[in-house]
Design a protein around this ligand. Structure first.
Ligand SMILES: *[C@@H]1O[C@H](CO)[C@@H](O)[C@H](O)[C@H]1NC(C)=O
Ligand SMILES: *[C@@H]1O[C@H](CO)[C@@H](O)[C@H](O)[C@H]1NC(C)=O
Length: 227
């Protein structure tokens, strides 16, 4: 082994050792920890049910077999498979969603505070984009079989350009990535952000803000953990 190679190996190892600060969820401390959602104990994640009580079915989910109805203003529906619907994911740092789009449907601009996401298009044609903190848009038109990665915390969106329906399967490096939709968070929070603040921030008159707010009053689903 020559010294350059050893140096390279050592540096790589060092980088790998320090990589954990870039990971999303913490490492598990046992083989598995099937969530016990009924436990009154509050921890970072969910308490485990006793390991000896685990069954094959705890490692199984059919949550993504079918997509949800897209008959809504977004023309899309995100079906979750995070730890809240699949207790076996607890402490493992992974989860998935399925997003179904009708033609012209969008998954509005949103962020996942706790996870990076990699999304695979199973059907249809999606225009996807991410925005960096430099306000640069990175976008791509994806066909079936193609994927795009959404780095943790960056604003992103998907749009079904058509023709026809589209379906995307996305995975996260978190058991519960969390989601904040920009439109809902800003214009449909409870209690509301004062209109004068939004008017100043968006550089428009208050009545324009009130008008947009009126579109998000009955749709307070930002707490729903979707794609
Ligand atoms: C998403 O799909 C589910 C299952 O079909 C449905 O219950 C839910 O109402 C849909 N959400 C919206 C907002 O359309
Ligand atoms: C539709 O988008 C809004 C944000 O614009 C979001 O709050 C809502 O949850 C979305 N509905 C679905 C079904 O994804």
């Amino acid at each position: 082994m020559n010294t350059n190679y050893e140096l390279f190996l050592c540096t790589t190892l060092l980088v790998l050792v320090f990589l954990p600060c870039y990971r999303a969820d913490p490492d598990p401390l046992q083989d598995f920890c099937i969530a016990d959602p009924k436990s009154g104990i509050t921890v970072n994640g969910f308490a485990c049910k006793a390991a000896r009580a685990a069954q094959s079915s705890d490692f199984f989910s059919s949550a993504l077999r079918k997509g949800g109805s897209t008959d809504n203003p977004n023309g899309s529906n995100a079906t979750r498979m995070d730890v809240t619907v699949f207790p076996g994911l607890n402490t493992l740092g992974v989860s998935m969603n399925r997003v179904d789009f009708e033609e012209g449907g969008i998954n509005p601009p949103h962020v996942h505070p706790r996870a990076s996401e990699v999304g695979y298009v199973a059907e249809g044609i999606l225009y996807v984009g991410i925005l960096s903190t430099e306000n640069k848009l990175y976008s791509k038109i994806l066909k079936a079989g193609e994927s795009f990665v959404m780095p943790r915390g960056l604003l992103h969106f998907q749009y079904n350009m058509g023709p026809g329906k589209a379906t995307q399967f996305v995975s996260f490096d978190s058991q519960k990535p969390g989601i904040a939709f920009a439109p809902q968070t800003l214009f449909g929070s409870k209690p509301e952000i004062p209109t004068e603040i939004l008017a100043k921030a968006f550089r428009v008159d208050a009545d324009i803000i009130e008008y947009i707010k009126s579109k998000f009053q009955d749709d307070c689903s930002s707490g729903v953990e979707a794609a």
